[in-house]
Write a protein that binds this ligand. Structure first.
Ligand SMILES: Nc1nc2c(ncn2[C@@H]2O[C@H](COP(=O)(O)OP(=O)(O)O)[C@@H](O)[C@H]2O)c(=O)[nH]1
Ligand SMILES: [Mg+2]
Ligand SMILES: [Zn+2]
Length: 308
């Protein structure tokens, strides 16, 4: 019997794969140990282009959706890796690119309504980083018990999903669970905004390393530095990965930064020059939209700060 599952953890001993409600301990069918190269298919999903026979640590990664031959006693064999929709990688050992987590599809960017007050310029950086990685950002405005989520209203106007929550009172937690269900997500944001508290509110007993803990190896903290997915009882998985702690801008070219502002994307095709970076060029549609108050000056200044 075969079934589909999601790789939760990888180790030398094998893979922990969630198949429905079970965690199955899997080895890998011999001929799967090869490198995959991917290309974008017509639907946007990545397809395997060519497989080279060469054992690489990236053959299978946390988040991969796999087909498993179910065996006895909670064991199984991975027969096939399904096409990846995204691949979050970082420079790894000796400069090799290392896949941290696959199929991540949602980044929950957490800020507080107060204590600390939201730094919208920092929020813009996180949004641009998520857009640049092709990951769907969801803004979580936590600590709504302390102050209204007014500063976040401008993002709702940009069509970003914004959820006001309180890890303390439970406001918004059900809605957040709904958004996370069926998806692989990661929580990012500055320290002190309530990421750990939120994760515990989502799944009591869950305390991830997510943000600020660092490589603490005492007091019973996780000591592993590899990625894992934590299954939520209400559905979906939260990625707990050290690499995501530094989730930030890679080296983006100016044109790429502009593309990460959704309100610019609609307008910039009307700029006179194709390579306009919307600073001092004549015939710039972005600057014209600014003059008509159709683009927020604060967001534009945020863009300029990212260019610098
Ligand atoms: N009033 C209030 N305090 C919160 C809320 N969420 C977290 N906190 C408090 O904010 C502080 C930082 O929370 P923590 O979860 O450690 O933040 P992290 O650094 O983002 O993981 C702690 O003192 C929490 O008790 C909330 O929704 N409302
Ligand atoms: Mg924390
Ligand atoms: Zn322009």
């Amino acid at each position: 019997m075969t079934a589909e599952g999601v790789v939760l953890r990888a180790s030398r001993a094998g893979y922990a794969v969630q198949v429905e409600a079970l965690v199955v301990h899997c080895t890998v069918k011999g001929n799967l140990t090869k490198d995959f190269e991917y290309t974008m298919g017509p639907t946007g999903a990545r397809r395997v282009l060519r497989a080279r026979r060469h054992i690489a640590r990236d053959t299978l990664a946390v988040g991969d959706r796999v087909r498993v031959e179910m065996g006895p006693k909670g064991h199984g064999v991975i027969l096939e890796v399904l096409p990846r929709t995204s691949r979050f990688s970082r420079a790894g050992f000796r400069g090799h690119e290392h896949t941290v987590v696959c199929n991540l599809d949602l980044i929950a960017i957490v800020f507080a309504c107060a204590h600390p007050n939201p730094d919208l310029w920092k929020l813009d950086r996180f949004l641009v980083a998520a857009e640049a990685e092709g990951l769907r950002p969801v803004i979580v405005a936590n600590k709504v018990d302390l102050a209204p989520p007014d500063p976040f209203v401008e993002y709702t106007g940009l069509d970003y999903v914004t959820i006001a929550t309180s890890a303390r009172t439970g406001i918004g937690i059900a809605r957040l669970l709904d958004v996370l269900a069926g998806r692989i997500s990661a929580f990012v944001g500055p320290s002190g905004v309530g990421k750990s508290s939120l994760l515990n509110a989502l799944e009591p007993g869950l305390e991830l390393r997510t943000a600020d803990v660092g490589h603490v190896t005492h007091k019973g903290r996780h000591t592993t530095t590899s990625a894992q997915l934590i299954a939520l009882r209400h559905g979906g998985w939260v990625a707990d990965t050290p690499g995501l702690r530094q989730f930030d801008l890679l080296n983006l070219a100016p044109e790429e930064i502009a593309d990460c502002f959704p309100e610019f994307r609609r307008v910039e095709e009307r700029c006179r020059f194709d390579d306009c970076i919307h600073v001092a060029e004549p015939g710039c549609a972005i600057k014209a939209a600014l003059d008509r108050d159709e683009i927020s000056r604060r967001r534009y200044e945020s863009y300029l700060a990212l260019l610098a």
